[in-house]
Design a protein around this ligand. Structure first.
Ligand code: ADP
Length: 500
């Protein structure tokens, strides 16, 4: 699976960087303040591009463009099938430019370009196609209210959607947030993460080429406390869909509560468990634990950073895992065809992950593999597996968002379930077993938004994704995602002979 995910082989041609300004009302423009910020190549720490830095004034302009496009423009008024046709063209363009876009994204985020092409480009185009197909299937209900009244419901686009996305899967995030918004007939103001602003600008240009009218998609790169906060607290933004940390999710809800009470949907952090039972195929279980932790350098909200292995196979599992990690290659994903894992996205994340590793050592965790930075330059970290991990250690409780696995032992199904649930998070969970009863028991008992049985990270445009508890609420992907962008309006009419 890892091989298949890698797609093409490096070295990849470095893309030309064409879009570095804000995209507002169909044009690329400088920030009102004239300010810019640098985005860096995590392989070296060198500056790749200087990007216009959006702030409150720019968000105001973007919201105004989105508001006008919603209140007076054709997008929410055209038929769903027309919107769907344009979205399909957009999906075609994303695929046609997939190589260049994947290279751009990899350069900005330190990702593997083959994986980016297969996963992110595939997800973005897939989401656009899925929701293109949904755009003309947005129906209300008819209501038989009684003898004197009858009613029906309309499902209407909510208005201007604020979309705030993170840096780990920027193109995927753009696709899964923008596609249902467009299908619903909303207009959007999107803020990419400050670490990875380039792909969203590139995608905005493709949307324009596909025929998405001006003002329907606006992209404002900038920082969280300025541009992001301006979106979350804007009186003219009708909803916010956010993916990022639990900490910032809280701020987004507060901003909504203090401004116009816009609905917010939050896809936040996790500390997802992967439970491996003693009847599992051991090779497969090791592979799953590895990819569930080290895929995308561990920069995944749904990474299975707590791996529970049943006691009777624990020693064998640990040995096999240590053996497997010997052939795991960390390095420059744009130049070396053997590389499994690139650099962390930026210096701050790199230092954060290293400080968690340090903490784990001080708390008494034992290093099975890794534990150190690597490479002469850039933000590379060895894939790290801690054993002797106790549930109350910080590394077992907090989201690290890097290549760090905590390996733990359990005895019974009940114990595994209790420990899996003993976290404030509830994003993903995995179970590896051949016993259907055991799998079903875990599936029913674990409090998570998605449970993977004998697989992990398996996602698809039609499969709802999103957590519970402090991992947030609301779904990306699947038809549930469309509901976030629609308002239900009830319409009531009297029947002949009623006193109305
Ligand atoms: P991470 O910890 O993964 O970097 P964050 O939650 O900090 O995740 O960032 C996710 C997104 O939220 C980014 O686009 C970031 O700029 C934005 N963001 C950060 N702080 C705020 C804030 N106070 N209000 C709105 N958006 C924010």
């Amino acid at each position: 699976a890892e091989e298949a995910l890698k797609g093409g082989a490096p070295p990849f041609e470095l893309p030309e960087i064409r879009f570095t300004k804000l995209f507002i009302n169909g044009s690329f423009v400088d920030a009102v303040s004239g300010r810019t910020f640098e985005t860096r190549d995590p392989r070296t720490g060198d500056v790749i591009a200087t990007v216009a830095e959006g702030d409150k004034e720019d968000v105001d302009l973007a919201v105004k463009a989105a508001r006008d496009a919603f209140d007076h423009g054709e997008w929410p008024r055209m038929s769903g099938s027309e919107r769907g046709r344009i979205m399909t063209r957009f999906a075609d363009l994303v695929e046609q430019h997939g190589g260049e876009l994947a290279a751009l994204e990899s350069l900005d985020a330190g990702k593997h370009p083959g994986v980016t092409r297969a996963v992110d480009i595939g997800n973005a185009a897939g989401s656009l196609r899925y929701f293109a197909g949904a755009a003309d299937k947005i129906h209300g209900e008819t209501l038989k209210m009684g003898r004197q009244l009858q009613g029906y419901t309309l499902r209407e686009p909510l208005g201007v959607a604020g979309l705030i996305i993170p840096w780990n899967f920027p193109t995927t995030m753009f696709g899964i947030k923008v596609a249902p918004a467009l299908a619903a007939g909303c207009t959007v103001v999107l803020k990419p993460a400050e670490q990875t602003p380039l792909s969203a600008l590139y995608l905005a240009d493709l949307a324009k080429q596909a025929g998405v009218p001006d003002g329907v998609i606006n992209v404002v790169p900038g920082f969280g406390p300025t541009a992001g906060a301006a979106i979350a607290s804007h009186m003219n933004v009708d909803m916010v869909s956010f993916t990022g940390s639990t900490e910032v999710g809280r701020l987004i809800m507060e901003a909504s509560a203090r401004s116009n009470l816009k609905p917010v949907f939050l896809e936040l952090g996790g500390k997802s468990p992967l439970i491996i039972f003693d009847d599992a195929d051991l090779d497969m279980a090791v592979e799953l634990a590895v990819s569930a932790n080290f895929f995308n350098k561990g920069e995944a909200c749904v990474a299975a950073s707590r791996v529970y292995v049943q006691e009777s196979i624990y020693d064998r599992f640990e040995k096999k895992l240590a053996e497997r990690m010997k052939s795991w290659v960390v390095g420059d994903p744009l130049n070396d065809p053997r590389v499994d894992q690139g650099p962390q996205v930026d210096k701050a994340q790199y230092e954060r992950v290293l400080s968690y590793i340090d903490r784990g050592k001080r708390e008494g965790g034992t290093l099975l593999t890794g534990g150190r930075p690597c490479g002469q330059k850039g933000y590379y970290i060895e894939p790290t597996v801690f054993t002797n991990v106790k549930e109350d250690m910080i590394i077992a409780k907090e989201e690290i968002f890097g290549p760090v696995m905590c390996l733990m032992k359990f005895e019974t199904v009940e114990e595994a379930i209790a420990r899996a649930n003993a976290t404030p998070y509830g994003l993903g969970a995995g179970v590896v077993t051949r016993d259907l009863d055991v799998a079903n028991q875990v599936v029913r008992s674990v409090r998570a938004g998605v449970v993977w049985v004998n697989c992990y990270f398996a996602i698809s445009s039609d499969c709802p994704f999103g957590g519970r508890k402090m991992s947030g609420f609301g779904k990306d992907e699947g038809m549930h995602a469309l509901d976030k962008f629609l308002a239900v309006k009830s319409v009531v009419t009297p029947l002949r002979g009623s006193p109305w």
